[in-house]
Write a protein that binds this ligand. Structure first.
Ligand code: 5CA
Ligand code: ZN
Length: 402
């Protein structure tokens, strides 16, 4: 069972055969902060629970390696945007590996998909679900998605995923990369599909006109290509509910005639020093810096897992210290339990299989990692009959090697 943002309820994310998962990837600058790590660990847990239940998992993730914020950062720091993106992607990969996150099967950069995204924009134009808006500072037109036309032509309905009212949508669109005040649009909420080439900005030749893709269409096209339509779970942080997931759902529906995904799942946001940890505010705790300062990545992982994935929580030194203690306690407990040194052999040992069943039950209930940690905390105070089984289960289900 997992919580679905669209229906606001717990639903079975139970694939028929293969579990297909898409999680929105990084825009590669200021990687990898604890907010990123927390979101990717939430879906890593989902993948582990599916695998444990015997499903094959197909997992795709994008890299937004061309977008306004990345270009702005490159300009501000005088670094070539490609170099910035490549360095940050490499750092992200290392951080994820250090945290034992199972990598996606398809890890796809937007810049590898420009041709296919441009063709999708052509298709939407041909179907009358996209339109051109003339520009003053470019030779070609910008191209926008026509929300009203998409709702007429497809089963998709604006708001069915986010459940927000129009005023809220307008506010969030302005805040999160949209341009509700752009003149010439049919609806203020219509999102950009294709941006005509501007002087000094990277662009690619295409049938729709030289330019580069908008944000939401990238994820729709990458997900459709690698997972197909109507896949099992679309994931990301809670900041992506609107406009990003709502509109990538609209684009996918306009392209395929089907829903993007069966379940929309969102991870809560990690804060630091009182505010959402974000690149724009600069209040970042980076995985790589903690690693450099000698923090055990398993303790970082346990810090994140100690919070339910849907809760908003704050990174502090204290939560890291608690996780470091827990790691030490668990490690000591499994080695003592194996050697049986300090436990009274005459008392009844706890059954490893029962303990593992309790962990599974917690995780199957909307990925309740704090519950699973609690099961281990209390069980590991006792002698366990087969501690190796527990070590294996903690490794497989929680990604922590004791
Ligand atoms: N490239 C887009 C998605 S297509 C993007 O949002 N990139 S990002 O680098 O800003 O974020 C990468 C992932 O981390 C997204 O799923 C986002 O929702 C999540 N995220 C960002 N900040 C936080 C935070 N403070 N807490 C939890 N998750 C976060
Ligand atoms: Zn995305």
């Amino acid at each position: 069972m997992i919580f679905d943002t669209a229906t606001q309820s717990l639903v079975e994310a139970k694939p028929h055969d293969i579990a297909r998962l898409y999680v929105c990837g990084i825009t590669p600058y200021d990687a990898t902060h604890m907010g990123h790590a927390s979101t990717y660990l939430a879906f890593d847990t989902l993948q582990r629970v599916w695998r444990d239940a015997g499903y094959l998992v197909h997992y795709a993730q994008n890299i937004t390696d061309i977008d306004d914020p990345l270009l702005e950062r490159a300009t501000a720091t005088g670094v070539d945007w490609r170099t910035l993106a490549d360095d940050q992607i490499e750092l992200f990969r290392q951080d994820m590996a250090s945290l034992d996150v199972i990598p996606p099967d398809h890890y796809v950069a937007v810049t590898e998909m420009i041709g296919e995204i441009a063709e999708a924009v052509c298709t939407l134009l041909d179907r009358g679900i996209a339109y051109r808006v003339p520009t003053e500072d470019a030779d070609g037109d910008d191209i926008y998605f026509d929300i009203a036309a998409a709702q007429d032509a497809t089963p998709w309905v604006l708001g069915e995923e986010s459940n927000l009212d129009r005023d809220m949508m307008l506010a969030l669109s302005a805040e999160r990369g949209g341009d509700p005040d752009r003149a010439g649009k049919r609806d203020a909420l219509d999102p950009l599909l294709w941006r005509a080439a501007r002087v000094g900005e990277p662009s690619w030749p295409a049938r729709v006109g030289e330019g580069r893709p908008g944000w939401h269409i990238e994820c729709s096209v990458i997900a459709l290509k690698h997972l197909g339509k109507d896949f099992t779970v679309q994931g990301g942080g809670f900041d992506l509910v609107f406009p990003h997931h709502e509109l990538s759902g609209g684009h996918a529906s306009a392209l395929s005639g089907h829903r993007l995904a069966q379940v929309y799942s969102h991870a809560g946001l990690v804060a630091y020093e009182g505010e959402k940890m974000s690149k724009s505010l600069g209040n970042l705790v980076l995985v790589s810096r903690l690693r450099e300062s000698g923090v055990d990545p398993r303790a970082i992982r346990l810090t994140i897992l100690a919070h339910h994935y849907r809760s908003n929580w704050e990174w502090t030194d204290a939560v890291l210290a608690e996780a470091t203690d827990r790691l030490a306690r668990w490690s000591a407990a499994v080695s003592t339990s194996s050697g049986d040194a300090s436990h009274d052999a005459s008392t009844q040992a706890l059954s490893a299989m029962d303990l593992i069943a309790d962990m599974r039950m917690a995780l199957n209930n909307d990925l309740d990692t704090p519950g699973a940690l609690g099961v281990l905390d209390s069980a590991l105070m006792h002698r366990i009959d087969e501690p190796r089984l527990v070590v294996d289960a903690v490794r497989a289900l929680l990604g922590v090697a004791l």
